[in-house]
Ligand binder design. Structure first.
Ligand SMILES: Nc1ncnc2c1ncn2[C@@H]1O[C@H](COP(=O)(O)OP(=O)(O)O)[C@@H](O)[C@H]1O
Ligand SMILES: [Mg+2]
Length: 159
């Protein structure tokens, strides 16, 4: 069964436009419990988008890329209270047992925002995301983003 509900395609000419999208997404109340997946080749702009999103949500300090740790936890002080955020990068994830052992199942069951880069690497264990964002680099170096909502929460993020 295809759970696709809404698909949107956007073009970001430069990082400022990527940032503007991140700021608009950060303003959505539905984001507080959402799961996002970011797909695209190395250099497509996945981590850049996540950094702008975390900044827009109010995360202060250095935002490390989780490539070696698989997950980097963050917290943001928002007008609606403290928000827990987990930024995953499954690029080097190759043992599904780690899903249980490292407590990822518990993290995904917790309230907060979960963002995954390289979800393809953990497909057998990851839940269906609310919103899938597929990035690619166009010839003029702008970024094409295909956004697919897979749940009502994802629909609310794109509405
Ligand atoms: N419109 C854009 N949106 C996002 N990143 C862009 C854009 N244009 C150029 N870039 C650059 O592309 C690179 C993307 O790197 P990164 O976000 O680490 O990619 P990924 O996490 O997908 O491997 C960064 O150096 C960023 O500055
Ligand atoms: Mg990255």
């Amino acid at each position: 069964m295809d759970k696709t509900r809404i698909v949107k395609t956007l073009r970001w000419q430069d990082e400022t436009q990527t940032q503007a999208f991140a700021q608009a997404l950060a303003a959505r109340p539905a984001l507080r419990t959402a799961t996002l997946e970011l797909q695209g080749d190395l250099g497509a702009g996945k981590t850049t988008l996540v950094r702008h999103l975390l900044r827009a949500l109010g995360v202060a300090g250095r935002i490390k890329s989780p490539t070696y740790a698989v997950v980097e936890p963050h917290q943001a002080q928002t007008p609606d209270g403290l928000l827990n955020i987990w930024h995953f990068d499954f690029y080097r994830f190759n043992d599904p047992r780690e899903w249980e052992d490292a407590g990822f199942r518990d993290l995904f069951a917790s309230p907060g925002l979960k963002i995954s880069e390289w979800p393809e690497q953990a497909r057998s264990v990851l839940p269906v995301p609310d919103l899938e964002i597929r990035l690619s680099v166009a010839e003029d170096d702008s970024r094409m983003a295909t956004l697919t909502a897979r749940t009502p929460c994802g629909e609310a993020l794109l509405a």
